[in-house]
Design a protein around this ligand. Structure first.
Ligand SMILES: Cc1cc2nc3c(=O)[nH]c(=O)nc-3n(C[C@H](O)[C@H](O)[C@H](O)COP(=O)(O)O)c2cc1C
Length: 300
């Protein structure tokens, strides 16, 4: 009932939102506009103004109460951040087994120097499926992961945009040939910029098999896997969550792609795989879906 009131109120208050809210709030909170219908039923301008003020007050009251009562995000920036922190904490796969001592590998901080212009990177970017037997370094892996999902501000915003800054993506590294990193399956802890060991052993061939037998995938020294916790986004955006999560995966993957290009490494986006098989190889927790694989290595 409260939601219905909110929706009706939001529709009536659209014009006021344009005057009284920041652009970001407007985008997040306003349903699709329906100005024609709202205007047609009100005979006089004064009545329209009065109605808008009333519904604006109802929106503010409703949003506050709804946010508290249902656990949905509050519509102010501080509340949004609190919701995000809680959602990330509750669903972060790396933290699901906190009693177990997890082996962590600190990644060197990213560098901000590039070897080429941005336009040159775009021009050069090409899918690579043949990898040399050269190992990657921890610094290279750190730089690639940072490009995809690294933190860039003290407010914990990241390199890639995210609807509502809810950050549904989780990155995993299937490592087989990295200097200073035992072969294994790792989860990228974005906030700490560290790799957390999930399971030991080289899983590259198992992952390549799960990728409909694209066995060349196993020749890359590492495979970065993009997973997503859809619930983080659907809690706020409902049915649009799938669309948003897929868009975000594309943003992050292109960041990694261009970063690899800048470092003279080759990569490719692999989207053809058996979801269940990949989830088993990666020991993904319930609620984490695999979306993309990116084998990375020196070009052969
Ligand atoms: C969503 C998506 C899924 C893809 N899946 C695969 C794949 O499973 N195997 C593969 O070899 N390439 C895959 N590719 C890479 C495309 O084949 C490649 O981008 C295309 O041939 C254009 O080449 P370019 O990336 O060098 O421009 C995929 C690309 C995208 C965007």
């Amino acid at each position: 009932m409260l939601m219905l009131l909110n929706i009706a109120a939001c529709r009536g208050a659209m014009l006021h939102f344009h005057e009284s809210c920041s652009a970001d709030e407007r985008w997040r909170d306003a349903p699709p506009p329906s100005y024609a219908a709202a205007g047609a039923i009100m005979p006089s301008l004064e009545w329209k103004r009065l109605l808008r003020l009333l519904v604006l007050a109802a929106v503010c009251l409703g949003a506050q109460t709804h946010g508290h009562a249902s656990g949905h995000p509050r519509h102010d920036t501080a509340g949004n951040f609190a919701f995000r922190e809680r959602a990330l904490r509750d669903t972060a796969p790396g933290r699901r087994n906190e009693t177990q001592a997890l082996q962590r590998f600190a990644l060197p901080p990213p560098t901000y120097q590039g070897s080429r212009s941005f336009a040159q990177l775009l021009k050069r970017r090409r899918s690579v499926r043949n990898f040399a037997a050269t190992p990657l370094t921890l610094a290279q892996i750190g730089q690639l992961l940072w490009a995809a999902q690294g933190i860039t501000t003290s407010g914990k915003l990241r390199t890639a945009p995210s609807a509502g800054a809810l950050y549904p993506l989780e990155l995993y590294v299937v490592a087989g040939h990295v200097e200073g990193l035992p072969a294994g399956l790792y989860h990228y802890d974005t906030y700490g910029h560290i790799l957390v060991l999930v399971a030991s052993g080289d899983r590259r061939r198992a992952l390549a098999s799960a990728a409909v037998q694209q066995m060349w995938v196993a020749e890359a020294p590492v495979i970065v896997v993009f997973g997503a916790v859809r619930a983080r986004t659907s809690a706020r955006y409902g049915g649009r969550a799938d669309r948003f999560v897929h868009i975000e995966t594309g943003h992050a993957a292109e960041n990694l792609f261009l970063q690899a290009e800048d470092m003279n490494l080759g990569t490719v986006v692999v989207g053809s795989f058996d979801d269940g098989a990949v989830a088993r190889v990666l020991q993904l927790a319930d609620g984490v879906a695999p979306l993309l694989l990116m084998p990375v290595g020196a070009r052969r």
